[in-house]
Design a protein around this ligand. Structure first.
Ligand code: FAD
Length: 317
């Protein structure tokens, strides 16, 4: 079932989770162990992130370095199918522009369609680790909106081979990313919102936000979106904090702020376990306020800490 149908058919706030594929070498059971404690909360859908290949330098026995391509977390599409099969829950594979030519994208979408997956979250992806800025594959997509248009074409039965006749149409529900604190490359919020609106006008069914720790920023973002005519549901993304290191890693990696009261509390913590307690309480208060405000879905980035998310969601239902 499509994410947008889940939202439209619900009278209250839904729950969804986001997970990473296991590291290469770990079996699918590690992922089930992660999800098992969360399934009692009956998520409406589960997102699975996509991780592109990276170039790394491996030291050889003669002391020189060899450049090799590694993909640490493969399997997004098949993991989605496995989760649907095991738990009978809808899944949302993330699909990115980076590393994909348009033919590979089409093949990936055809595979997802064959697997019975009705949803995709379309993203640009970040620059590869060896690049200073995002570079598309030759002939690949530059922006998420270009990828979105390819999905929309397939939904209309338009394939890359124009002479295909009587084609089957896919029926993907399309989600896109939004940034309450602005995407880090956008020169200003107005510009970022303009391109977000373009994604919605091009056919995005809903928006999922980057994580944020200050609900006021989410509410201001939703207001700004509504003011420029974005009417689709805007799903807040929430992530727990659980280590002192995150005080600096989260702003650096995700270009978001931690509110002073949260960062002060984290800085006062003696151990990571103390930070986890602070982070759990913070996420619970965020969730309660967002739920009270009637958000369509609470989307939790579980990222290796399902018990924290479970402890929060338990208090909400
Ligand atoms: P876009 O919408 O293409 O925007 C990128 C930048 O370009 C923005 O600054 C925008 O303002 C600007 N822009 C957009 N269109 C135009 C245009 N036509 N002309 C000029 N400028 C334009 N990354 C992964 O690799 N895998 C994942 O699974 C993944 N999941 C994510 C899930 C969520 C909910 C979020 C919020 C992010 C996720 N990301 C993931 C990260 C994402 O790929 C990066 O944030 C990326 O840098 C931007 O992706 P986007 O889809 O927002 O890009």
């Amino acid at each position: 079932m499509k994410v947008i149908d889940h939202i439209n058919q619900s009278s209250g706030t839904l729950i969804s989770f986001e997970i990473l594929p296991p590291l290469k070498g770990k079996g699918i059971q590690s992922l089930y162990n992660h999800l098992d404690p969360l399934m009692e909360f009956k998520p409406s859908f589960i997102n699975v992130t996509y991780h592109r290949s990276e170039h790394v330098f491996k030291k050889k026995s003669d002391g020189t370095f060899e450049k090799v391509v590694v993909r640490k977390r493969p399997g997004t599409e098949s993991i989605c199918a496995s989760i649907m099969n095991k738990y009978n829950v809808d899944t949302v594979p993330h699909l990115i522009c980076g590393g994909f030519g348009i033919n590979e994208t089409e093949d990936a979408l055809i595979n997802l369609n064959y697997l019975g997956i009705d949803n995709v979250l379309v993203l640009r992806g970040d620059a590869a680790k060896n690049e200073s800025g995002f570079e598309p594959e030759p002939g690949g997509h530059q922006y998420a909106i270009d990828l979105l248009k390819q999905v929309r074409n397939l939904n209309a039965g338009i394939y890359l081979e124009e002479d295909l006749k009587n084609t089957s149409q896919t029926k993907f529900c399309i989600g896109v990313a939004g940034y309450p604190e602005k995407h880090f490359e956008a020169p200003n919020m107005e510009s970022d919102l303009k391109y977000l609106k373009a994604k919605v006008d091009a056919g995005a069914d809903y928006i999922v936000t980057q994580m944020f720790f200050d609900n006021a920023k989410y509410f201001a973002f939703v207001n700004a979106c509504r003011e420029i005519g974005i009417t689709v549901p805007i799903i807040p993304g929430l992530k727990p904090v659980y280590t002192r290191k995150q005080l600096t890693v989260l702003p650096k990696t995700f270009h978001i702020d931690l509110p002073t009261s949260l960062s002060d509390e984290m800085a006062r913590c003696k151990t990571d376990l103390d930070v986890e307690k602070v982070g759990t309480e913070w996420m619970l208060q965020q969730s309660k306020e967002l739920k009270k405000a009637g958000v369509p879905v609470l989307h939790y980035y579980t990222l290796g800490r399902p018990h924290i998310v479970a402890n929060v969601v338990k208090e909400l239902v």
